[in-house]
Design a protein around this ligand. Structure first.
Ligand SMILES: Cc1ncc(COP(=O)(O)O)c(C=O)c1O
Length: 459
């Protein structure tokens, strides 16, 4: 059995490694968890503690860790082809991904562009939408519309269409200017009463008015609207009605503006359907996929678009319509092998049907556990994702004072308890893999309540 030197690992980590989305000083007097193995829903630390991976390792893991079929796909691929550049070459492994994925997509989405991660899939989508209009001679259509509270990644193009001020405000001087439409943040909507719950509620869609006005006034200079369908993830797991997307599709068509759905977080079953947009019964012009594409194993992304967009780039070389975008590891065969195996599991084992009961139980239990808690302002869920918004005062929706760092304390406590409650602001959430069982749902929520209430009692 493999052994490790914990002291040395932590020493080298502390002295040399800069972790993402982490104030390193928070770890001045505490150590990061050292994870050495994982299986199914559980992570194992170097000390042998088991922890529920209740956020699916940053929303990537789909079928549980180390699924035998996914492991096997990688092992087999290692006897065939490790890597080849994808410009002027192709391989059966990328082709299999496309062939399998096509079965889950509407026929309009027929052109697949590979890249490496969610942010890059978004960059590609933005450049495609922009260049489409340039190639068509409509040079003035250069701007994008995004939503407040939107998160599309951390590269500068993706940040330019982002709306989480905490992450992005500082970088403003580096960004291109986008139009920002109001966020469909149902909990803070003056017209909505009670918990947000799922994406089925009907409303007047007042928050879409701002978007409509922007499009009406500026459509001549706008190339595309980008949104995260049904759920603004990093903005706080803000779940909004499918009817919003239906109407948005209508108005983007009316004003001849492309619609980009960023399904990086919502794709691959997480919302209860293979893709979130299915629940709205609309088809976007471009979708962005990453995270769950490889079942949570390896970095790979896809930007998928229509024949109409593709054809605007298809021309004699000297016409200058080529899409000049590509990354060294585009369509890496090992990534493709595991992505194909992931899609095969979806096709053959139908996890969304298999664990339907567990995900419905998850919703019921969230309500049962948190509906009467004085510290829970909102409860929202969609498929395998659930969230509660913590408030100091349920009536006024006043948040806890920032200086208390309540959710960070809950995060730290949750790790001790054996569950990962990595917060988004005042929102505590669960982002479960599709293989979760009712028993695991119950354990995860029980541990979560313990962690939350111990911290709140100590304030
Ligand atoms: C909706 C959405 N888009 C894009 C991204 C960026 O993906 P990546 O971290 O792979 O660059 C994320 C990451 O959380 C996301 O949630």
């Amino acid at each position: 059995m493999k052994t490790w030197d914990k002291k040395k690992i932590l020493e080298i980590d502390r002295n040399h490694i800069w972790h993402p989305y982490t104030q390193m000083k928070d770890y001045e007097n505490r150590d990061p968890m050292v994870i050495v193995s994982a299986r199914g829903l559980k992570l194992k630390t170097i000390d042998g503690q088991e922890i529920y991976d209740s956020i699916s390792s940053w929303w990537t893991n789909v079928h549980g860790h180390l699924h035998p079929a996914l492991n096997q796909a990688i092992i087999e691929q290692l006897n065939l082809l490790d890597h080849i550049n994808f410009s002027g070459y192709t391989h059966p492994y990328a082709v299999e991904v496309v062939e399998r994925l096509k079965d889950f997509l509407p026929p309009e989405l027929s052109r697949f562009f590979f890249s490496d991660n969610g942010s890059t899939a978004v960059e590609v989508a933005l450049k495609m939408a922009f260049q489409f209009w340039q190639n068509k001679g409509q040079k003035e259509k250069t701007r994008f519309v995004c939503l407040e509270n939107a998160y599309h990644g951390d590269t500068l193009g993706a940040v330019s269409v982002g709306g989480v001020d905490l992450f992005f405000e500082l970088y403003k001087p580096l960004l291109f200017k986008s139009f920002k439409a109001p966020s469909p943040y149902c909990y803070r909507c003056p017209e909505k009463e009670g918990f947000t719950l799922d994406a089925s509620h009907q409303c007047s869609l007042k928050c879409l008015k701002g978007m409509e006005e922007i499009l009406k006034e500026h459509h001549g200079e706008i190339c595309a609207v980008i949104v995260e369908p049904l759920m603004q993830g990093a903005g706080g797991i803000l779940i909004y009605p499918a009817a919003y997307l239906k109407k948005l599709r209508e108005i983007t068509r009316r004003y001849k503006v492309f619609l980009i759905f960023d399904e990086v977080a919502t794709g691959f079953g997480r919302t209860g359907t293979m893709f979130a947009f299915e629940q709205a019964e609309v088809v976007p012009d471009i979708i962005c996929l990453a995270k769950g594409l490889t079942g949570g194993y390896l970095p790979m992304a896809l930007t998928i678009t229509t024949e109409e967009i593709y054809q605007a780039f298809y021309a004699d070389y000297l016409e200058g319509k080529t899409f000049y975008h590509g990354h060294t590891y585009t369509a890496n065969p090992i990534c493709c092998a595991v992505a194909a195996a992931n899609l095969k599991l979806f096709a053959e084992e139908n996890p969304l049907v298999k664990t339907r009961e567990a995900r419905e139980y998850f919703h019921q239990l969230l309500l049962k556990t948190f509906a009467d808690k004085p510290y829970v302002g909102d409860i929202r869920y969609l498929g395998y994702v659930g969230a509660i918004e913590l408030v100091k005062d349920k009536q006024t929706k006043e948040p806890f004072p920032e200086e208390l760092r309540v959710s960070f304390q809950i995060y730290m406590k949750s790790l001790e308890k054996g569950v990962v409650l990595r917060p988004l602001g005042d929102v505590i959430y669960w982002f479960l893999p599709l293989c979760v069982t009712k028993y695991e749902v119950e354990e995860i929520l029980n541990l979560s309540v313990e962690a939350i209430e111990e911290v709140l009692a100590s304030l």
